[in-house]
Design a protein around this ligand. Structure first.
Ligand SMILES: Nc1ncnc2c1ncn2[C@@H]1O[C@H](COP(=O)(O)OP(=O)(O)OP(=O)(O)O)[C@@H](O)[C@H]1O
Ligand SMILES: [Mg+2]
Length: 252
């Protein structure tokens, strides 16, 4: 099971979802790998210091003898969770792979060697539909789309779904949309509730029942290198991400 979390819109909760879903799965004893495929390295920094990783996904994807196995880090404080860290170097990937015939398959090939070591792999992506995100879609078995329940929430969704269809057409016919999840939801506003209805019209039963509401605890926890489960185990955010993990497992 390889789940890519993606939406080319920035700041919609991809990273927050990736780190907390990964932690929720790991807490159930599931051997989980979180691959940070964003040059911003926000998932990485939620677990380890940005400069403490000697090698990162850029090395794994560009040097065959490094591979994913050569960059793995144990996520501090989270048993069963390993991290494939990112760094700003990943921003050079597009230029580096330009013209390479296998450029879209780099991640898939790199992950193949570590597949037996994990039950669940989660990939966090940057807010673009470029070569990095395409690598994540080619490598994945499933996609999850976080959508912020705000004005313009669905803008760009067509492009994303089109990209997913293109990847399915050739490079990865098995790819499935696992679901869309509403994030950063503010129950108090009428607008947010209207938007949830609009999102439901687009995604139908692919929309996860669990809604992630806006909460200060979720926003704070990465700064302390904690997941929501260690930072505020009794918060609504912890409850919601735990529920999401149960829903995810029920769909696979
Ligand atoms: N449910 C939430 N409640 C409050 N703050 C949140 C919530 N989810 C995410 N945030 C905050 O919103 C900001 C954007 O979230 P996040 O980094 O997860 O989005 P992203 O889609 O990964 O962004 P990018 O596109 O830049 O990678 C961060 O500061 C994060 O802490
Ligand atoms: Mg992010």
């Amino acid at each position: 099971m390889i789940l890519t979390i993606t939406n080319q819109k920035g700041g919609v909760g991809k990273t927050t979802t990736a780190i907390n879903l990964a932690a929720a799965l790991a807490s159930k004893g599931i051997r989980t790998l979180l691959v940070d495929l964003d040059p911003q390295a926000n998932s990485t920094m939620s677990f380890i210091d940005a400069h403490s990783a000697p090698k990162t996904v850029f090395d794994a994807l560009t040097e065959p003898d490094v591979g994913i196995a050569g960059i793995l880090q144990q996520a501090e404080k989270v048993p069963n969770l390993l991290l494939a860290p990112s760094s700003i170097a990943l921003a050079k990937l597009e230029a580096k792979l330009l013209g390479d015939i296998d450029s879209h398959f780099r991640l898939k090939d790199a992950l193949a060697k570590v597949l037996p070591d994990f039950d669940f792999i989660i990939i966090d992506t940057p807010p673009t539909l470029g070569i990095i995100t395409v690598n994540a879609l080619v490598a994945a078995t499933h996609v999850m789309i976080p959508i912020q329940s705000s004005y313009f929430a669905l803008e760009g969704t067509d492009d994303l779904l089109e990209t997913i269809d293109k990847v399915k057409a050739r490079a990865n016919p098995q790819l499935q949309i696992l679901g869309a999840v509403i994030t950063l939801h503010d129950k108090r506003t009428l607008l947010a509730r209207d938007i949830v209805d609009q999102i439901r019209k687009v995604f139908g039963d692919k929309l996860f029942e669990t809604v992630i509401t806006k909460s200060v605890r979720l926003e704070e926890s990465p700064a302390y290198k904690e997941t929501i489960f260690s930072f505020a185990p009794r918060s609504t955010g912890a409850y919601e991400y735990y529920k999401l993990s149960e829903e995810v497992l029920s769909r696979v």
